[in-house]
Each structure stands twice: as structure tokens, then as C-alpha cells.
Write a protein that binds this ligand. Structure first.
Ligand code: PHE
Length: 330
């Protein structure tokens, strides 16, 4: 019995018929019982019983083996040479690609990355930035408040991270702060209730507006190439004085005027200025000794210009047909 090899369900059935069937060996030997002399019947009966139990156990064992083999033997009909299902890899989101690129350009100039919380308090988002309560400039940034605590808001810009860094008191400071920000805006092709910024801050002795301009010239050339014009326009931010906005000539029409540049030939790409002395003092930095510049840009705006994307909503709709077009190389 031990030499029996069962490889298929048919083999197992053959085993059952041979040993345990109605005409099988177990039954046959049992039939011999009547020929056994009375004084040996007990001994013979015990042996017979052991034989029967052994045969049944063996049957169960080979049955489970051939059951498993059957599962694989079904696969035996499978054509292993067929090509496999393609493994689809994801791609980086265009916003991440551009953020990484902006970050790496400034890292080459020695800027370090700093991050802060998205739920901010009033001090870091507004008051320390020279926008005390009731300051009209707060109106420029429609704010989401958090109902549990009137002091908490969703940060409206990453300038709050600059305040946190200045408060640490370690000078000089040369940081860029990439991150998500929130404003209570109606969602449209040009605005969203959340978007992304990169802000930069440089504070040291003798930092000048010329340093700011040169840093930003370097940035736009690295980002967009050399084939366009740049201009600075005077502007206003409560946290910088003087303040400016930087425009580049429209990359789409080359400056002749189109929908993207609203027929002006220029597109605004960032706000900047010299850090207001009040800010330095608010954060415990001696404004007689130190000066600095700051700038801030929307990553969506830069990405739209770079890839000529016309609708901001595409960035948050997760449509794979849109997302898969972007690779690190483009
Ligand atoms: N925080 C400003 C904004 O969100 C941008 C900015 C940053 C302007 C730093 C000047 C200096 O619009």
C-alpha cells in the first residue's frame, strides 16, 4: 500500500475502490473472519481493524494531495508565454514637479527649505506681518477661520513660515518655504480655495534691493530660459517696504498680447520687497543692524505658464489623462 502513487483524482478513486470499496481488500479480508479459529478471532479482529483505519487514513491523505494537484493541473492549460498585464506606474503631479524645480534653483543659491503648519494662528499669519487686527490689508486675503478657536485660521500665505523662522533668532536667514495655502475664493479657471506658494526670505547685514533683483533674475532665467523680458512694478504689501511685483513678458504670445496676458504682453509672476523693519522688530531682530528681502509666488501660476495650462481646476481634479502628461524631463 505504501508504494501506491496517486497523482490525479482518478488515482485516488482507484485507491478507494481497491482497498475500501464494497469488493475491496478490507471487505475481502473481513470475509476471512469466519475461517479464523475461535481463540484467534479477537487477535485477528484487532489487526483487521487497524488495517481498516490505516487504509482510511491513507485515503484521506492522498485525497487532499490530489485535490491540491488538481488546482495546479487546471493551470497546466494556461499559456505562460502570454504577455503579462502592464504595470502602470504613476507620475509626479505637475505642481510637485514645478515646486521641486523652484526649490532646487534656490537651493543652488544657498537657500534652505523651511516648513510650517497649515493651521496657523493670527499672530504668525497676520499680526506679526504688520497686519494688526482691523488692518485693511487683511481683506486682500479672504480667510478661512476655524470655528473651534477664533485665533486659528488656515494660513493664507506661507509668509507665516518666515515669521516662525525669524522668531528662532538664528541669523543670517536664507530660506524658502514651499507649501499649501487657503483662501476663501470662488473656484474658477483662475482661482481656487487652496493653492501652493513658495516664499523666500533672506536676512543678513547689508542686504539690498539689488540682491533681491539679482536673485530673482537668476530664478526666472533658470525657470523659463532666457528668451523673455523682465520688469519690476512698484506694489504694496504690509510686510515689505519698498514692495514690487515682478512681471515677465508673456511666454505664450511673446509679448504681442493674448488672452493669457490679458493683451498687455506681461504676466505677473511674483510679489517681493525689502522686509519691513516692523516685522524684524516684531520677531526680535535688530532692524538697525539687519535688513532683508522677501518674495512669494504661486506655484500654480508658474506651472500654468510653463506648461500653458489654461484652467486651474485641472490641478485638483485628479484626471489621469491630464496628470500622465507630465514627467520630470518636460
Ligand atoms: N505673501 C504674499 C502673498 O501671498 C507674497 C509676498 C511674499 C509678497 C513676500 C512680498 C514678499 O501674496
Amino acid at each position: 500500500m505504501s508504494s501506491f502513487v496517486a497523482t490525479t483524482a482518478d488515482d485516488t478513486e482507484a485507491f478507494r475502490i481497491k482497498y475500501l470499496g464494497t469488493k475491496g481488500l478490507v471487505k475481502e479480508v473481513m470475509g476471512e473472519m469466519k475461517n479464523v479459529p475461535g481463540d484467534r478471532k479477537k487477535e485477528f479482529g484487532q489487526l483487521l481493524n487497524e488495517f481498516k483505519i490505516f487504509a482510511e487514513a491513507k485515503y484521506t491523505e492522498i485525497q487532499s494531495l490530489t485535490d491540491n494537484k488538481d488546482a495546479t493541473s487546471e493551470n497546466a492549460g494556461f499559456d505562460w508565454s502570454l504577455p503579462g498585464d502592464p504595470l502602470r506606474t504613476g507620475s509626479r503631479h505637475p505642481i510637485s514637479l514645478v515646486r521641486n524645480q523652484v526649490v532646487s534653483i534656490f537651493q543652488r543659491l544657498g537657500f534652505a527649505v523651511a516648513e510650517g503648519p497649515e493651521i496657523e494662528d493670527d499672530w504668525h499669519n497676520f499680526t506679526a506681518l504688520n497686519m494688526p487686527e482691523n488692518h485693511t490689508a487683511r481683506d486682500m486675503q479672504d480667510t478661512f477661520y476655524i470655528s473651534q478657536n477664533p485665533d486659528w485660521i488656515l494660513r493664507t500665505h506661507t509668509s507665516s513660515v518666515q515669521v516662525r523662522e525669524m522668531e528662532k533668532g538664528k541669523l543670517p536667514i536664507r530660506i524658502i518655504c514651499p507649501g499649501r495655502v487657503y483662501r476663501n475664493e470662488t473656484i474658477s479657471a483662475r482661482a481656487h480655495c487652496f493653492f501652493h506658494q513658495v516664499e523666500g526670505l533672506y536676512i543678513a547685514e547689508n542686504v539690498s534691493f539689488a540682491d533681491l533683483k539679482q536673485t530673482l533674475y537668476f530664478f526666472v532665467q533658470e525657470m523659463f530660459g532666457k528668451d523673455f523680458k523682465v520688469r519690476f512694478r512698484p506694489s504694496y504689501f504690509p510686510f515689505t517696504e519698498p514692495s514690487a511685483e515682478m512681471d515677465i513678458s508673456c511666454l505664450i504670445c511673446g509679448g504681442t498680447g493674448c488672452n493669457v496676458c490679458k493683451h498687455t504682453g506681461w504676466v505677473e509672476i511674483l510679489g517681493c520687497g525689502m522686509v519691513h523693519p516692523n516685522l524684524l522688530e516684531n520677531c526680535g531682530i535688530d532692524s538697525n543692524k539687519y535688513t532683508g528681502f522677501a518674495f512669494g509666488m504661486g506655484i500654480e501660476r508658474i506651472t500654468m505658464l510653463k506648461y500653458q495650462i489654461k484652467d486651474l481646476r485641472l490641478f485638483s481634479e485628479n484626471d489621469v489623462r491630464f496628470l500622465k502628461q507630465f514627467t520630470a524631463a518636460t
